[in-house]
Design a protein around this ligand. Structure first.
Ligand code: WTA
Length: 641
């Protein structure tokens, strides 16, 4: 039995669940014993949710790369760790065995050491979806540097903010990235981000697209040169080695920026041991992974889903992770299905927005593909509507594949609420039951815990699980106020949730000012700040509205006082501004120019009203008597799109 802690029956799920809640220390010690430790822990768990201070496996030492790579070499060093499918289907697939991955990660570790990167340093990684991105991430972990991956769609300004917040001193990037028919000039974006930056010492550039780049003397280096040099250092008499740095269980593994309801994105910090155990445990149980299976997670490694279910989950399980460079619709809308067919994918984990978009292209793209290798399907990132669920089940799973609807967040490190594929019951549009270790509670606005079934409220988690956020980088107080202050002794998720008559959980969406656009988290405040940067904009208010493909679209109400010759041109300019400040993913779908915003006498914008109007409501706007100027609402409704 390769994974002694893989749950195989519903009864076993209930038993394990009970154990995990009643005696978490004994439960997790048994699982943690299956990993490689340089030194075992003194205490499995101690925590309080008030500061918060959370420690898993305190006193232990380990290196996550020994668990993700070295421990698999003796038994299956020649098995594929990563199968890489390029953006361009004509280009060669790359298969990276565990032996090869080991060598490359040792090389990166040596290269970073040569360049002066030390344990605890923050290394920013801004690359396309190439295997070198995985090597970079794991190379950092090998030497104890903290990686912070930034999604390739973020703008120079966003990167600059993140570099500053993380006080990053090294960057690994590519000349460019291929995504569909586009070539994104990553290095040139980095150059812009670095204007005025005094902290970054070295920028390592991997050649992917052969886009011309400007290399700054003394700062910029080619990955290929540095890796070649490192290769000679790590290989002696045909044996490859680079010692894995002994790390404390609670040392940070990575920082990943994510949007909240206020201010700039915050750097979510995960620490090594707990995150490792959680990514591994959830991967093995939710997807019921079997050795040799090909797992295809379609996320980008710039998001938490890619961290946990392309890199750390599958590799810690000794599995095969398929990494795809491109997008679902290029060269055509059959690309995912072609990849499944070509690489005999067994598990496909994707987002509802992708499913809805591919549904729209019709079945012609699915028809001639052999999808018989598929065993399990997964959904993540936003609520999946029943129509998409059934289409996915019927046309992709051919009625034979369980679908796991996995609810979780950047802050939770791994999947929290989900059915276990084929083991616990599934229910369309329901994440269903909590994983062992997860104790969800629903609370009303006053913080009262709602007992029993058939209730809905704000979703909180009552007990520490191994993957819980430890801090927000450089600002622990922000972590406390964001997640642990709303309700005493509870972690607050920001999501609304329903518990049905059978005790299944159904996530209803964010209850704060965070939007979920195509599965990407975007704060309304961030978009407003970006819009307000455009000269002529006096004020703006941004809300979400239901969107057929994206789940949510962005609706911006803008007070514009500058003169504009043509409204459409001004709108284009505003979109440009948002692209520049945040990135194209945050561009509003609709912009409406308004003369005023509905505000209370104390100056607070009534978003409830704006949301209703964005949803197309014209009459049932609710009580507007507390508004400073109720007439404004009439005007906004008239101009609504
Ligand atoms: C939403 C992505 C419904 C939710 C892993 C959460 C979901 C936010 C689901 C986190 C799901 C994620 N059903 N909603 N299965 N999965 N969400 O941090 O609102 O990018 O709070 O993490 O996505 O987004 P994040």
């Amino acid at each position: 039995m390769p994974y002694p802690y893989q749950i195989k029956t519903l009864e076993q799920y209930h038993e394990e669940y009970k154990k995990s809640i009643e005696n978490p220390e004994a439960f997790w010690a048994e699982i943690a014993n299956q990993f490689v430790w340089q030194k075992k822990w003194d205490k499995v768990l101690s925590y309080n949710f008030t500061e918060p201070k959370i420690e898993w496996f305190a006193g232990a030492q380990l290196n996550i790369t020994e668990n993700c790579i070295d421990r698999h070499l003796a038994t299956h060093g020649e098995e594929p760790a990563i199968i890489w499918e390029p953006n361009n289907p004509e280009e060669r697939t790359r298969i990276i065995t565990y032996n090869r991955l080991h060598k490359r990660v040792c090389q990166v570790a040596q290269m970073l050491t040569n360049l002066g990167v030390k344990k605890g340093d923050r290394v920013c990684i801004y690359m396309g979806m190439v295997p070198e991105l995985a090597y970079a991430v794991l190379g950092c972990a090998r030497i104890g540097a903290i990686h912070s991956v930034i999604f390739g769609g973020f703008s120079a300004q966003s990167i600059a903010d993140r570099l500053e917040d993380a006080q990053a001193t090294f960057i690994i990037t590519c000349d460019g990235a291929e995504r569909g028919s586009k070539n994104i000039p990553l290095k040139s974006v980095i150059d812009d981000a670095l204007i005025g930056n005094k902290l970054v010492k070295k920028v390592i550039v991997y050649t992917r697209t052969r886009t011309p780049v400007a290399m700054l003397k003394g700062r910029d280096l080619w990955w290929e040169d540095e890796m070649d040099y490192a290769e000679h250092q790590i290989e002696k008499n045909g044996v490859v080695s680079f010692p894995a740095e002994p790390m404390n269980a609670e040392d940070p593994l990575f920082i990943l920026y994510t949007s909240g309801s206020t201010g700039k994105p915050k750097g979510v910090v995960h620490s090594i041991a707990g995150y490792m155990v959680w990514a591994n445990y959830t991967f093995i149980n939710v997807f019921q992974y079997q050795p040799g299976q090909v797992h295809f997670c379609t996320a980008d490694i710039g998001w938490i889903t890619g961290h946990s279910y392309i890199i750390y989950g599958p590799l810690s399980a000794g599995g095969t992770s398929l990494m795809y460079e491109g997008i679902p619709t290029w060269p055509d809308a059959g690309r995912f299905w072609e990849i499944v067919d070509k690489h005999k994918v067994n598990i496909l984990y994707t987002a509802p927005t992708a499913i809805r978009s591919l549904m729209g292209f019709g079945l012609d793209y699915v028809k001639n593909k052999d999808l018989s290798s598929l065993k399990i399907l997964g959904s993540v990132g936003e609520p999946i509507n029943e129509e998409a669920w059934h289409w996915f089940s019927q046309h992709i799973g051919k009625g034979n594949c369980p679908i796991v609807d996995t609810w979780w967040q950047t802050e939770t490190g791994g999947i929290m609420i989900s059915n276990l594929a084929g083991v616990t019951p599934q229910k369309p549009a329901h994440a269903t039951l909590p994983l062992p270790g997860v104790l969800p509670v629903l609370v009303d606005e006053n913080g009262n815990i709602l007992e029993g079934n058939g209730v809905s409220g704000n979703l909180c988690i009552k007990q520490a699980w191994p993957g819980v956020i430890r801090t927000t980088y450089g600002d622990h107080e922000r972590c406390r106020t964001n997640y642990f202050a709303a309700y005493p002794n509870l972690y607050f998720t920001g999501d609304g949730c329903l518990r049905d008559a059978e005790g299944n959980y159904r996530i209803t969406g964010r209850v704060d000012d965070v939007l979920n656009v195509s599965g990407h988290r975007i704060g309304t405040a961030e978009v407003e700040n970006a819009i307000n940067m455009h000269s002529g904009v006096v004020e703006s208010a941004v809300v979400g509205y239901p969107h057929d493909i994206k789940g949510q679209g962005i609706y911006a109400y803008v007070i514009f006082e500058g003169s504009h010759h043509e409204e459409n041109l001004t709108k284009q300019d505003i979109l440009q501004t948002v692209s520049r400040v945040i990135g194209a993913i945050a561009k509003p779908d609709k912009i409406q120019f308004v003369s005023g915003l509905p505000k209370t006498r104390s100056g607070k914008i009534m978003r409830r009203i704006l949301r209703k109007i964005a949803e197309g409501e014209t009459s049932n706007i609710g009580d507007i008597s507390t508004l400073l100027d109720p007439a404004v609402v009439e005007d906004i409704i008239k101009g609504a799109q």
